[in-house]
Design a protein around this ligand. Structure first.
Ligand code: NAD
Ligand code: UFG
Length: 370
């Protein structure tokens, strides 16, 4: 384990408050983690990010430092560590006192979880159990957990409301569902804990600078990373999985949310935790409440890109739902948060990131062979 960057100090420039509050972000070098670290710094928090770079690279946090500038990056500390190794977490907590933890670190590829369920249980479940134990030992009891719309399974009714029936359809989903239950049990046994479970719908887009974004390893599973790789010439065409759904154009509907809006949802959740001693353990959807079909998304991306994306109509992907979108009422009412950006801005920022970084952070076709 190594500690890099500069410890949290004062001296930040024009920030919006929260000086003195310190947040640990697990998985801070990942897609959602980097965007959240950036917004936390801009809001005046001192941030420690921990990551083992299983699905990310150090360059991602260097870019965050570059975007926020030297004054704010003085408040960012990075610690290399693996949550499945308890000693690593002990060192993270020995380094500093944290007012709260945002827990992103986890594996998230559905197909990989079907092939290697043990890897998902070890990483996602053991990592979270370790985190909880070490937080408890060090008296840190405020936690924001990355859950997923995957816990709604194939919803019978949309929009998905937080008290809809929950069901997991694959090993990845089961880790999220189990961890939600586990954190509810832990909170029940320790009523002083404050826990927010955030169920993300489909995060896409990138920071407006185009300097940070999603950089999947291998063939992308998700729609926008795949479209982006077609646009930059890394793949010949997009396979559209399913065109016989009972939707406007026959393709599946999802609730895409700009990753910067999602990051702001975490700030709102943190503020809620700090302000609400008796919050207990509560789940919130983070989505826009609007459904978009695959073909509508392709058109929106083409508008930003200025050219056509070749598509091939294919059979449905096993396990896919027809329509998934969020009810956003609870997050709006209780967190005072709602998404600001629409799919046009999401596609604009996704394309800007792709255009500036066609091969992701490594910038090299040879290093991105798959
Ligand atoms: P990501 O893979 O880009 O980021 C996860 C980060 O965690 C990576 O940097 C990875 O290296 C790190 N990590 C994984 N296991 C670790 C461990 N044991 N110790 C230390 N670091 C570890 O993924 P993301 O898209 O940023 O997702 C973040 C979280 O949000 C995940 O828990 C994911 O399941 C959840 N989520 C993501 C989506 C999505 O579509 N992106 C949707 C719903 C939920
Ligand atoms: N799709 C294609 N072609 C592709 C990729 C996707 O047509 O190359 C389609 C899918 O079939 C689906 C839609 O685009 O109809 C969205 O697919 P994604 O894989 O981007 O997103 P999903 O909603 O299927 O799943 C994602 C994550 C899950 C998570 C869920 C909710 O992969 O882990 O969002 O957060 F649970």
């Amino acid at each position: 384990m190594a500690i890099g960057g500069v410890g949290a100090g004062g001296g930040a420039g024009s920030v919006e408050g929260q000086q003195g509050r310190s947040v640990l972000v697990t998985g801070g070098a990942g897609f959602i983690g980097t965007h959240t670290v950036l917004r936390l710094l801009e809001k005046g928090y001192a941030v420690t990010a921990v990551d083992n770079f299983h699905n990310s690279v150090p360059e991602a946090l260097d870019r965050v430092r570059h975007i926020v500038g030297p004054a704010l990056s003085a408040r960012l500390q990075f610690i290399f560590g693996d949550l499945t190794i308890k000693d690593d977490l002990e060192k993270v907590f020995a380094a500093k006192r944290y007012d709260a933890v945002i827990h992103f670190a986890g594996l998230k590829a559905v197909a990989e979880s079907v092939a290697h369920p043990e890897m998902y249980n070890r990483n996602n479940i053991v990592g979270t159990v370790n985190l909880y134990d070490v937080m408890k030992k060090h008296g840190c009891n405020k936690l924001v957990f990355s859950s997923s719309a995957t816990v709604y399974g194939q919803p019978e009714k949309v929009p998905c409301v937080e008290d809809s029936p929950l069901k997991a359809l694959n090993p990845y989903g089961r880790t999220k569902l189990y961890l939600e239950e586990m954190l509810r049990d832990y909170q029940h046994a320790n009523p002083e804990w404050r826990t927010i479970l955030l169920r993300y719908f489909n995060p896409i887009g990138a920071h407006q600078s185009g300097d940070i974004g999603e950089d999947p390893k291998g063939v992308p599973n998700n729609l926008l990373p795949y479209i982006q790789q077609v646009a930059v010439g890394r793949r010949p065409e997009l396979n559209v999985y399913g065109h016989d759904y009972r939707t406007r154009d026959g393709t599946a509907v999802r609730d895409y949310i700009h990753v910067v809006d999602l990051a702001d949802g975490h700030i709102a959740a943190l503020e809620k935790l700090f302000a609400t001693p008796d919050i207990g353990c509560v789940a919130y959807n983070l989505g826009t409440g609007r459904g978009t079909t695959v073909l509508e998304m392709v058109s929106a991306f083409e508008k930003a890109y200025g050219k056509k994306i070749p598509v091939k109509m294919c059979p449905r992907r096993p396990g896919d739902s027809e329509q998934v979108y969020a009810s956003t009422a609870k997050a709006e009412q209780e967190l005072g948060w709602r998404a600001k950006y629409g799919i046009e801005e999401m596609c604009r920022d996704q394309w800007n990131w792709a255009r500036k970084n066609p091969y992701g952070y490594c910038g090299d076709a040879a290093e991105n062979k798959d």
